[in-house]
Design a protein around this ligand. Sequence first.
Ligand code: TXE
Length: 522
Amino acid sequence: MDRMVSVNPADLSETAGPEATDPGTLAETVRSMRETQKAWASTSPKERAACVRRLRMLLSDRADDIALTIHRDTGKPRCECYSTEILSCTAMAKYCESLLRRFRFTEKVDQGPMSLMCMMLGRRSYIEHVPYGVIAVISSYNFPLAIPMTEALMAVSAGNAAIIKPSSDTPLTGALIEELFRQAGFPEGLVRTVNGRGVGSALAGAGADKIVFTGGTETGSAVMASASATVTPVILELGGKDAFVVLDDADLERAANCAVWSSFVNSGQVCVSTKRIYLQEGIAERFTEMFVSRVEALKQGNGWIDEEVSVGPMINGTELKRMEELCSMIEEEGGRFLTGGRRNDSLPGYYFLPTVVADLPEDSPLTDTEMFGPIVSLYTFGSDEEAADLVNDCCFALGGSVWTEDIARGRRLASRLHPGTVDVNNATYTFGLPATPWGGRHLSGIGTTHAEEGFRQMMHPHHVHVDGGRFKRDAWWMPYRGGGAEAMRGLNEAFFGRGRGKVSALRSFLRMCRPKRPPGFP
Ligand code: TXE
């Protein structure tokens, strides 16, 4: 098979990558991984935590060569390779170790309103959280380490195997992930990376037990359709169009500083980067001045060789061209560029200037169009209620933020907003807080990765119900006989209705649990 090639978008240098995968081999690969996974699932949480810890140490010890690999794939500034990529993974690893110390993989069920009946009849239930088997992790180009690695860490900590399909734009980092898991002492073949054209769609139908997809909404929908043929569960981490709501009592300096980072980190190629800034009347003009002046002061270029660089390139020429197309659409819709609005021709590579747009009509179809690059639009609003309606009137609901000095006011507004994550006085960074859930609503996806919720979604709840066999039959078993319906009616009335006749209900219930000896039986 052909060898993958990675193009560094910061300087167009090329690096030979791993061999492409033959899509026809995927089903067999998944089958063989399932054998490895069965043995792995029988390891203790302590044994798994030891492997995770070794991986965390490796991520820290090899940080420099990992960062360089990420840069070669994405061209992102050096500091972002450490802050948004490696740190997210070491934090997740440490969180998985803590989960493996305290998570109860078998839980006794509190039967709630049925406790008395279960106690009388000698019954109890257990939930065993069991791994799915082989998890397919299909991932985007924008965080080639942080996204697949954190998802794979949750998967293997829960006892699964993980087959990773990175973006074709980031093959080096994908191959490095498999190497790191192997070097950390995970069983050979427990975490595999597959690459190449058509491999993503082939993997979606290769028999994995669950698919965790990160990418565009349209692609995610295709993955869901493919998985539906085999009723394979999916988690979809899809597109975003995050809002940044600045209330009239906000600390404008802090808000402007964050808005610059939140809008242009990774050159805006972040599902939760700020794309819509809503400014309350009264502070709109002042904030706009502060924000635009900060954006214009940003240095763009190759952030690996120049640490003063804040904004790197787009991932490839196609995405760069997409930004130009979007800017043409913005102009047609009446939008005005306060800065940027075109590619940065002064640099070799795929650079688009950080762009701030004003006057784009709120009812423009572009409000529901993801702009996965360094383009952010400014809007104004009157009341907090109006802000909530504007933020929620969008097909995406992944992340968002509210800025105010009145925390109670901020939390009230945050609680009304639809996105899966809403920050008060911060933005975009909670992917790096592994104990917090990650996921969106509407066209931003379904399911959760990260946090205990995401960990649980890497397993399915296996219910084991144990009956001590105290009676020879249950009151509702057949052969039905006289008094059975009455006993059930009385039970309902006594314990789930108005509470009348508990003693007689219990008596008739227990009588129904004793078998009536058929004629001729001793
Ligand atoms: O996505 P694509 P990209 C989103 C972000 C944006 C998109 C950008 O909002 O919308 O990702 O990433 C493979 N069946 N998020 O352009 O094109 C493809 O090879 C199966 C959201 O990479 O959808 C790649 O590996 N797989 C996220 C992966 O799917 C297929 C955070 C994604 O590709 C396929 C980061 C198919 N038919 C980015 N076609 C979040 N919400 O957390 C392609 N692929």
